[in-house]
Write a protein that binds this ligand. Structure first.
Ligand code: ZN
Ligand code: ZN
Length: 1008
């Protein structure tokens, strides 16, 4: 009979239709009511549809939202779709359908599945990140970031997934592997858009203190992810043993060039002397380009000197002028023999030649000057480089004659209009930058930059270690004498995961870079350089100064490779073990006698004064690699113009829509599939109107989710991403529920964007989520994650069909503490169904009689407990206290309940079982929805618990006492016992074997 009466299919369908027809869940701003914004992390509508684990969080927030509504709050409880990104695209590729088509289908499936569970979403506020009306604002935010200098182009090597064929951010990785597909990540240099999230690192850290209602564990994860440490950057000079020249010869008598070269080397390596070759050999210029001419000029010195010989040849290029650019002098002399003239006369002729060109062009002419340098090394090798300098020449004399700089010194002004004789040192450097860089490649002192949190121990740095990926290795290929051994080591190291590499227990390995030394900048000592895999390229600068006396890993390494260990802080015995504690500086020259903190400060001052380092803060957090070389994402709204550079798409032209295409497979070349769509890529520059090209990278899947919660507040606004008044009313999100894996991904990104939006005045508050709760996953019956691969997926549709949505809702809340993972058990589900059947049975025994005092008191206790438990998200104990109540009533001999109390029961049950509660509520003769009634209040006196003192034991020994309600439920009692501070100190790090519970008496925790 009960089964007949409780026809869940009929009841659930009836109420879902009725709620929709009546618009029960529509939400409006209402200044008279206090608001409450309850939000789930919105799902990716994957092709597989929902399994029973997915709705756990949604059920919980639905219960919460329904109670808050009944408590008189104006509740916002929306749902939408995070539909861009790799999962959707990979699914579409695999199933050979366009991502848009498959995404729409998947959304329809998800929506229908959610609909069957009876959620109180206001579907008028549904959003979809792939809807151009939505991503217009995602693009708008990107442009604002770009305008504020927080989006920049970078060519640094980034994480590359060879299988997904796209670049990825650090947040997309799990132990060095692609979080999506598990492939091993490579480092690939490519053009990328990067967001300067590190600019917000300090604020994101500090403001964690403003979030007391977040789980401590999540705040701690964010702290670690941002990973701030204070210290210093220190520069160590690298000295190769070979090719370490003391002198360089200029193969020419040209005094001015000699002066210039000396000046250039001031910036490169002041230890190198610049001299004229002892015997100049003149070579006539026969080639028609500067590089060949300068080469001929150095070649004549081959085998003569033990120092490199350099030579320069210049070419001058005037647009539209027809003369040999390498032989200006010859043109100026008009074929006459050079030897007939003095240098001054030649200079006059050259001057006249240029003036005539300037005059011909109205007194002003643009041109550029190309210097071509050749370097002959003692072993006969020749290296070459060229660089440009651009000028405007006028026919006005600018200063006195200088034959070796005829153009610069005579009449030639840079576009700035400045007289060249008034050049500052900075401008000089600017002009000769190309030359400085060119020589720097061959003769520069390479500096190895390290980050250290202990600059006070610098005198104890006895070797350096660099990561296998460090660029220094490649750039010193010719100077490292054991290069092939080094390469073998690197190859092996790169096959290991970061976790394997940094495991503290692992045997440290490394290879010395023979032929290279570093110079400790504070004592000038030569120290060896190693490559070792325990240093990661992603942390700091990818290089460390090793202080074996005071760092455990460096100590182990030093012992293994027999390297020097120097004590620089007292307090330990560094020959036996590294000492990282406090103490007094020793063996440290000017630091001696100072305590660690004082020594740090003094050392940083010294480094800054000597320009060999500076104070620095390091973050583990890296700037956010923001572009993806894939199709299914928001186009980045930028245009590349040859004249104007990178130009933003004007706001009126947003959104830049994804073009409809047939092929959207990744190219794998590092270019987005969009690059192949010519009529989309080619556009006009909004600034100059010339032809230009669109940016073809797309945004990562995290873009839309970084701000979507704002759009629910104002989903149809076409003038702003959110109306500021509406934002003021609804924001921040009061309660946010989702997976713990987002602690260092979505929740980092969203906080960053939100703070930025706050800074530009787009929103009213600087933190987006007030209270945060993470949801524990539901494992399959076999204890594994539900996955197609294991064939253990349970579809909620089947459960709803067989047992009803209300049973599933109750069961999933009853399974265990909300944030813990639990195993699905169909028997448990049957138990939940039986509980609901009991309620249906009880509905047949509603009487006009008053209940006895005991029942009344139990009612008040239960109302109190259910309300408090929902508020605290202890939904399992809320359910169990209602079960206890119903069982008590059924145990009584009357087995009946007063109408008044039954209504109260339906009210506190209704958030959990909305369909059944509405049905029984209606049967009692009520016309309006139960959700329009008020949440019941309890009588404080009647709800008061009788308590008893429990003894809490560890392995049978009394360790603490605990005051609990007489009829406390076993689960709660155990939980409370484990929360005791004294007990925590006993159980920390121990395995809890079992907990013995004796009602009203004791709790004994057995640990191992
Ligand atoms: Zn991948
Ligand atoms: Zn332009």
């Amino acid at each position: 009979m009960i089964m007949e009466k409780y026809n869940h299919k009929k009841i659930e369908k009836k109420w879902q239709e009725k709620w929709e027809k009546e618009g029960l869940y529509k939400t409006q701003e209402d200044e008279k009511k206090e608001k409450f914004y309850v939000l789930d992390m919105f799902p990716y509508p994957s092709g597989a549809g929902l399994h029973v684990g997915h709705p756990k969080g949604y059920i919980a927030t639905d219960i919460f939202a329904r109670m808050k509504t009944m408590q008189g709050f104006n509740v916002l409880h929306p749902m939408g779709w995070d539909a861009f990104g790799l999962p959707a695209e990979n699914y579409a590729l695999k199933n050979k359908v366009h991502p848009k088509v498959s995404t729409d289908e998947n959304i329809a499936t998800f929506k229908s599945q959610l609909g069957k569970l009876g959620f109180s979403y206001d579907w008028d506020r549904e959003i979809n990140t792939t809807d151009p009306k939505f991503y217009k604002w995602t693009q708008w935010i990107f442009l604002e970031l770009f305008k504020k200098g927080l989006a920049y182009e970078s060519h640094e090597p980034i994480n590359w997934c060879p299988s997904c064929k796209t670049g990825l951010a650090n947040e997309d990785l799990e132990d060095g592997k692609c979080e999506r597909c598990g492939s091993k990540i490579e480092q690939k240099p490519m053009r990328q858009w990067v967001l300067k999230i590190t600019d917000y690192a300090d604020r994101m850290l500090e403001d964690l203190d403003k979030l007391p209602d977040w789980d401590d564990s999540i705040r701690e994860q964010q702290r670690n992810w941002i990973g701030r440490s204070e210290g210093a950057h220190v520069y160590f000079e690298i000295k190769p043993e070979i090719n370490n020249y003391k002198k360089i010869y200029l193969g020419s008598e040209n005094k001015s060039k000699l002066e210039r070269l000396k000046h250039v080397f001031k910036y490169i390596n002041p230890d190198i002397e610049i001299e004229q070759v002892p015997e100049v050999i003149n070579v006539s210029e026969t080639a028609d380009n500067g590089l060949d001419n300068s080469k001929q000029k150095v070649l004549v010195y081959k085998g003569k000197y033990e120092y490199p010989v350099v030579s320069c040849d210049a070419s001058v290029f005037f647009e539209g002028e027809d003369f040999d650019p390498t032989h200006v002098k010859r043109s100026a002399l008009n074929g006459e023999d050079e030897s007939k003239f003095t240098q001054e006369e030649i200079a006059e002729k050259v001057k006249d030649f240029y003036i005539s060109i300037a005059k011909k062009n109205g007194g002003q002419k643009e041109f550029y000057y190309e210097d071509a340098w050749s370097i002959l090394f003692p072993d006969g090798e020749i290296k070459q480089f060229t660089y440009h300098r651009e000028y405007i020449m006028t026919d006005k004399l600018q200063g006195k004659l200088d034959i070796y700089f005829p153009m610069r010194s005579l009449y030639l002004v840079k576009a700035t209009g400045k007289n060249i004789f008034e050049k500052t040192e900075e401008e000089w450097q600017q002009e000769f930058r190309g030359q400085i860089d060119g020589f720097n490649d061959f003769f520069g002192k390479e500096k190895l930059k390290v980050f250290t949190t202990r600059p006070d121990t610098l005198f104890g740095a006895t070797f350096m270690v660099i990561a296998p990926e460090h660029s220094l290795i490649k750039s010193y290929e010719s100077k490292i004498t054991n290069y092939s051994e080094v390469q073998d080591y690197i190859k092996k190291a790169l096959n290991k995961s970061d976790l394997e590499r940094t495991d503290l227990n692992k045997n440290k390995t490394g290879v010395e870079l023979k032929g290279l030394n570093a110079i400790n900048p504070v004592n000038g000592k030569k120290i060896p350089v190693f490559v070792a895999d325990y240093v990661l390229i992603g942390y700091g600068t990818g290089a460390i100064m090793a202080v074996p006396g005071h760092d455990e890993r460096d100590w182990e390494f030093a012992k293994k490779y027999d390297l020097k260990i120097v004590e620089v802080v007292t307090g330990g015995d560094v020959l036996g073990k590294a000492y990282s504690g406090n103490g007094t500086a020793v063996n440290s020259d000017f630091l001696n006698g100072l305590e660690v903190d004082g020594a740090k400060t003094k050392m940083i001052k010294y480094l800054e004064k000597e320009r060999i380092g500076k104070k620095a803060v390091n973050y583990k957090l890296k700037d956010w690699v923001f572009s993806r070389q894939r199709y299914w994402g928001e186009p980045i709204p930028l245009i590349h113009c040859e004249n104007c550079g990178v130009v933003v798409v004007p706001e009126k032209d947003l959104p830049v829509e994804l073009p409809e295409v047939e092929h959207y497979e990744p190219t794998g070349t590092g270019e987005s599939p969009l690059a192949g769509i010519k009529d989309w890529v080619n556009t006009t520059c909004p600034s100059c109107g010339e032809g230009a090209k669109r940016e073809t990278n797309t945004m990562p899947q995290w873009a839309g989710s970084s701000w979507y919660y704002l759009r629910f507040i104002d989903p149809d606004n076409d003038m702003a991403l959110v109306d500021k008044e509406k934002d003021k009313y609804w924001s921040p999100v009061d309660f946010y529920v989702g997976g713990a894996e987002h602690a260092t991904r979505h929740l980092i990104y969203a906080r960053f964007w939100h703070k930025f939006l706050f800074d530009i005045g787009a929103v009213n508050y600087d933190e987006p989520f007030k209270r945060l709760q993470h949801v524990g996953i539901i494992l399959a019956e076999d204890g594994r994650k539900m996955s197609k691969r294991w064939g253990n997926v349970i579809n909620p549709d089947e459960i709803v069909d067989k047992y009803g949505a209300d049973s599933m809702r109750v069961y999933e809340m009853f399974m265990g503490p909300f944030s813990q993972s639990t195993v699905w058990n169909t028997n448990g589900l049957v138990g939940a169904r039986k509980f609901l059947e009991k309620i249906v049975k009880l509905s047949l025994s509603v009487t006009v009689k008053e209940d006895n005092q005991e029942t009344v008191s139990l009612f008040h206790k239960t109302i109190k407990k259910v309300g408090e438990d929902i508020e605290d998200f202890k939904l399992n104990t809320a359910v169990s206290s209602m079960m206890i109540l119903v069982n008590k009533i059924m145990e009584q001999k009357e087995k009946s309940i007063s109408k008044n109390n039954f209504e109260l029961l339906l009210k506190i049950l209704s958030p959990f079982t909305p369909h059944l509660s509405e049905e029984l509520w209606e049967e009692l003769g009520n016309k309006d929805s139960i959700f329009k009634t008020k949440w019941p209040e309890y009588d404080v006196k009647l709800a008061k618990d009788e308590t008893v003192e429990f003894v809490v034991q560890i392995n049978g020994k009394l360790r603490d006492r605990l005051e609990l309600s007489v009829d406390v439920n076993e689960e709660v009692a155990k939980e409370k016992a484990l929360e005791l501070e004294k007990i925590k100190t006993w159980t920390e790090g121990k395995e809890i074997v079992k907990i013995i519970f004796v009602p009203g008496k004791l709790i004994n925790i057995v640990i191992k």
